[in-house]
Design a protein around this ligand. Structure first.
Ligand SMILES: [Fe+2]
Ligand SMILES: [Fe+2]
Length: 179
């Protein structure tokens, strides 16, 4: 049994995870066109990861007797000045998501839904990791940007990061079975 307020807050988070997935898809497409195949690969993998976050919440809400609502599509930001600009936007977005998960947690505590609060621990830990990864990518882009060819080498490294992400996604049970 889930209260209406928790259901509403979870549906809001489902929408935000969907928007995250679509934002990263737009960024991946930008990077692919701008000549950063490695960064594009990482961003496409990130799109899938956000979809996994969305699916986990859909399953959880339905399993608890709530009604997961699939939101209407919103056009994500799609034009960027540079690779640095893309990742500055990624960090800003992840910070927004961390804050929104904290708000969701607060709703659960207020409603005394400690089961959902406990479930959200996974998301809280995930956000710490997401922010830290993006900060380290931003540091590397800033360093690479000061040397000729640096961005090219940086882009190659993204391929390895994307591979690690895809292995983790597969270990999480793939896209449709995520719980
Ligand atoms: Fe997410
Ligand atoms: Fe994320």
């Amino acid at each position: 049994m889930i209260t209406k307020n928790v259901e509403k807050a979870l549906n809001e988070q489902i929408k935000r995870e969907e928007n995250s997935s679509r934002l990263y898809l737009a960024m991946a497409s930008w990077a692919e066109r701008a000549g950063y195949p490695g960064a594009a690969d990482w961003l496409y993998a990130q799109t899938e990861e956000e979809r996994l976050h969305l699916l986990k919440l859909v399953h959880y809400l339905n399993d608890r007797g709530g009604n997961a609502v699939i939101p209407a599509l919103e056009a994500p930001k799609a034009s960027f000045k540079s690779l640095l600009d893309v990742f500055q936007n990624v960090l800003k977005h992840e910070e927004f998501i961390s804050a929104s998960i904290n708000d969701l947690y607060a709703v659960c505590v207020k409603e005394k839904d400690f089961t959902t609060a406990n479930y959200l621990q996974w998301y809280i830990t995930e956000q710490v990791e997401e922010e830290s990864t993006v900060r380290s990518i931003l540091d590397q882009i800033k360093l690479a940007g000061t040397e000729q060819g640096g961005l090219f080498l940086m882009d190659k490294e993204f391929g390895a990061r994307a591979m690690v992400k895809r292995v983790a996604l597969a270990a999480a049970g793939g896209m449709t079975q995520a719980k």
